[in-house]
Design a protein around this ligand. Structure first.
Ligand code: BEZ
Length: 219
């Protein structure tokens, strides 16, 4: 039996194709390939009608347009049924005055959860942990965050993560701690003695051979 056929956590690997899925959601059947050509944040939560999950869903819903503005779709998932999801998002609309505009996958069979290593048996055999996967427009897994049940995610940080990944792909640069759009990026480390010497000779924003900032022109 493989890890994916058990409840064991087997996280997919970064920079490899994200596990394929087809699943029923609150807006109909969706497959990974439906999101091809756009960035995708796929996030799981332990259960519907729980406080931390609700606070996260409200925040993802409120920030949905900011994700759309950067070409990124959102998809939620829990092992509850889509009927529970529908009741939950209707309740959120009533109590928090926010519409959840993105699909939430029903994963009663845990097929998607297992493929993505969202079930960690030390936490629960029957609920997904708070896992977040960022998948690029080619379907490659670029980042993942795994939080325990008791700690809510920061949706602003998820947005920042997607923005940072997009900049790294577009400019072949890396983003330093706390980077925000508009701030300097850093050049990836030189790989040869010659490249190191060239970096130093550049002067400018080069603090030393291994630490060289770059200003991105947005013109
Ligand atoms: C919550 O979302 O509030 C939650 C879910 C499972 C365990 C603890 C908290």
């Amino acid at each position: 039996m493989t890890d994916h056929e058990t409840n064991a956590a087997a996280l997919p690997r970064l920079n490899e194709p994200a596990p394929d899925f087809t699943a029923e959601t609150t807006v109909g059947r969706r497959s990974l390939e439906d999101f091809a050509g756009r960035w995708l944040v796929l996030f799981s939560h332990p259960a519907d009608f729980t406080p931390v999950c609700t606070s996260e869903l409200v925040s993802f819903a409120r920030m949905h347009s900011r994700f759309q503005d950067i070409g990124c779709d959102l998809v939620g998932l829990s092992v509850d049924s889509r009927f529970a999801h529908i009741a939950w998002i209707r309740n959120i609309e009533e109590k928090f005055s926010v519409t959840v505009p993105f699909p939430i996958i029903e994963d009663v069979s845990m097929r998607v959860a297992r493929a993505y290593g969202m079930v960690h048996s030390e936490a629960s055999d029957t609920a997904t942990v708070r896992a977040t996967f960022v998948i690029d427009p080619e379907g490659i897994l670029r980042a993942m965050l795994v939080y325990p049940m008791t700690t809510g995610r920061n949706v602003d940080e998820v947005l920042r993560l997607v923005q940072a990944l997009q900049v790294s792909v577009s400019y072949r640069a890396a983003t330093p701690e706390g980077w925000r759009p508009g701030r300097n990026v850093v050049a990836t480390p030189p790989e040869t003695v010659l490249e190191a010497a060239e970096r130093v000779a550049e002067g400018g924003e080069c603090r030393d051979w291994y630490y060289s900032e770059r200003h991105l022109s947005t013109d």
